[in-house]
Design a protein around this ligand. Structure first.
Ligand code: 3PG
Length: 214
């Protein structure tokens, strides 16, 4: 699958909801109820970061939940890409866009949302065919003002900003013409996850899903 085809698919995935929850799952038994809680709130595109030992198991469990579109985040190596694909991920997210990760996503036909933090990184990914990119780490590299500034010279690239975004900060990004959706962990806080407080997560998801775009 070419990077152009990948971007066409990630554009569709990013159009589903204004927010992609970024999930750090410590307990695989949380995967199903967490996915169900988020979907009940209106967020069906879910990113599971490959940062915990049970992440692949969680992806497999969530991919079996009706209505879920599950991606693997924190893809750093070709091995991560292959493992994510084997676990059932329908897309991948990386903090960057290295050639080994990109090549593996082409080989595995895994739509990738690659990360960029500068104009040169965004242009390098665009040259490779990626027109939908993650803007990371969004708040630390200038936030919505920085992303707005990139829209003038690079209007053909659209972004999913992530990193330090919460319910209060999300609207400034979502109002930009070059933002397709935002990503963030605020809809699944660590304490709520640890407590199995699924109603609280549904409440946060509902608020996030109602955020206006454009
Ligand atoms: C990440 O990959 O960690 C995402 O950017 C989420 O960041 P957040 O925890 O600051 O929302």
């Amino acid at each position: 699958m070419t990077p152009q085809q990948q971007s066409a698919l990630t554009a569709q995935i990013c159009a589903i909801a204004p927010v992609i929850p970024v999930l750090v799952i410590e307990d695989a038994t949380h995967a199903r109820p967490l996915a169900e809680a988020l979907i009940a709130g209106g967020l069906s595109v879910l990113e599971v970061t490959l940062r915990t030992p049970c992440a692949l198991e969680a992806i497999a469990a969530m991919a079996a939940v009706e209505g879920a579109t599950v991606g693997a985040g924190t893809l750093l190596t070709p091995e991560d890409v292959r493992a994510a694909r084997a676990a059932g991920a329908s897309f991948g997210v990386s903090p960057g866009g290295t050639a080994p990760v990109v090549d593996a996503c082409v080989a595995e036909a895994l739509p990738l949302l690659p990360g960029a933090a500068t104009a040169t990184e965004a242009m390098t990914l665009m040259d490779r065919g990626y027109t939908v990119q993650k803007f990371f780490p969004a708040e630390a590299i200038g936030g919505a003002a920085a992303l707005k500034a990139l829209a003038s010279p690079l209007p053909q690239i659209r972004f999913c900003p992530t990193g330090g975004i919460d319910a209060a900060r999300a609207p400034a990004y979502l109002s930009l013409p070059n933002v397709v959706c935002v990503g963030g962990s605020w809809v699944a806080p660590k304490a709520a996850l640890a407590a199995g407080d699924w109603p609280e997560i549904t409440r946060l998801a509902r608020d996030a899903a109602a955020l206006p775009r454009g």
